[in-house]
Design a protein around this ligand. Structure first.
Ligand SMILES: NC(=O)c1ccc[n+]([C@@H]2O[C@H](COP(=O)([O-])OP(=O)(O)OC[C@H]3O[C@@H](n4cnc5c(N)ncnc54)[C@H](OP(=O)(O)O)[C@@H]3O)[C@@H](O)[C@H]2O)c1
Length: 276
């Protein structure tokens, strides 16, 4: 005999985040900005993070002028004491954290000839350790959010297609956009951390998933080397690169109760890049 089924949240509100508190790292970047907009438009209170305070404040004013609820938290996610301090502030101000998005990333370009151990350490620190420390520090308020809400809390890590497949060196040429060896190695670690955390936090009603973006080249690379952009498109089954706003649907899916029975996945958003 099957279990009695609840009616669920109702299809019209599946993607709504009203009353939820969301923290987004790397909010001022190419993909962070549309993520912030999506969370705000869905009704969440969005806590915007990046290191550059002026850019964070500017984004906060833009979003406030569109009627979104936001606050700012400018700090370096690789600084553990800053992580703990800001999470304590969220606990004081909101008492809960429903959605945690680990999206911040930075690093130098490099090749297998030029890469150093320090490059690997830095990439691992910002992509894996910082995500882990954000999750660990936030556990009490993620658990509290899950306790108060009818739905589970949601952690979304932002990986990369290069956490699953290697860059194809033939398409990068002299674009200056070649992807270094430590970046994908760290993103692979983040995808695995996602699975580990999903399995160990499921009992606390905290879901943990990963989005792996594909080619969303910044305008500067496209303008500097249009042929590189052509090769990038040709490598993608859909024959185009992504528009940053195309990250919004997958993010809202994983952040909201529309994915209430989904945990531990790595969702590629890559126009099919990793499908062949
Ligand atoms: N764009 C793509 O094609 C692509 C493809 C695959 C995966 N991804 C992944 O998607 C995510 C977003 O990429 P993006 O293209 O939006 O990157 P981006 O434009 O370079 O933005 C990075 C963001 O992270 C912030 N940041 C960097 N280091 C930080 C730190 N230590 N602490 C706090 N904030 C930090 C930056 O602001 P500050 O410098 O002010 O701190 C900025 O807001 C990243 O995880 C990236 O690896 C992107």
């Amino acid at each position: 005999m099957s279990e009695p089924q609840s009616k669920g949240p109702g299809v019209s509100s599946l993607f709504r985040l009203d009353g939820k508190v969301a923290f987004l790292s790397g909010a001022t970047g190419l993909l962070g900005r549309p993520m912030a907009e999506a969370l705000g438009a869905a009704g969440a209170h969005v806590i915007l993070n990046a290191r550059n305070q002026d850019r964070v404040e500017a984004l906060a004013s833009e979003m406030t002028s569109r009627g979104h609820q936001v606050s700012t938290a400018s700090f370096d996610v690789t600084d553990l004491s800053a992580v703990r301090g800001h999470v304590a502030r969220i606990a004081d101000q909101h008492g809960r954290l429903d959605i945690l998005i680990n999206n911040a990333s930075s690093g130098r370009t490099g090749t297998i000839d030029s890469a150093t151990a320090e490059d690997f350490e830095q990439a691992y620190r910002v992509n894996v350790i910082a995500a882990f420390e954000m999750i660990q520090a936030s556990l009490p308020i993620l658990r509290e959010a899950a306790r108060r809400a009818k739905t589970s809390a949601s952690v979304v890590n932002v990986g990369s297609m290069y956490g699953s497949v290697s860059p194809d060196p033939s398409i990068y040429g002299h674009s200056g956009a070649n992807n270094p060896p430590y970046y994908g190695a760290a993103k692979a670690g983040l995808i695995q951390l996602t699975r580990y955390a999903a399995c160990h936090l499921a009992a606390d009603r905290i879901r943990v998933n990963c989005i792996s973006p594909g080619p969303f080249p910044a305008a500067q690379y496209v303008e500097r080397d249009p042929e590189f952009h052509t090769r990038l498109k040709a490598k993608t089954p859909m024959h185009r690169t992504g528009d940053p706003c195309e990250i919004q649907g997958p993010l809202l899916f994983l952040a909201s109760s529309s994915s209430s029975y989904v945990t531990g996945i790595n969702l590629p958003v890559d126009g099919g890049w990793t499908a062949w």
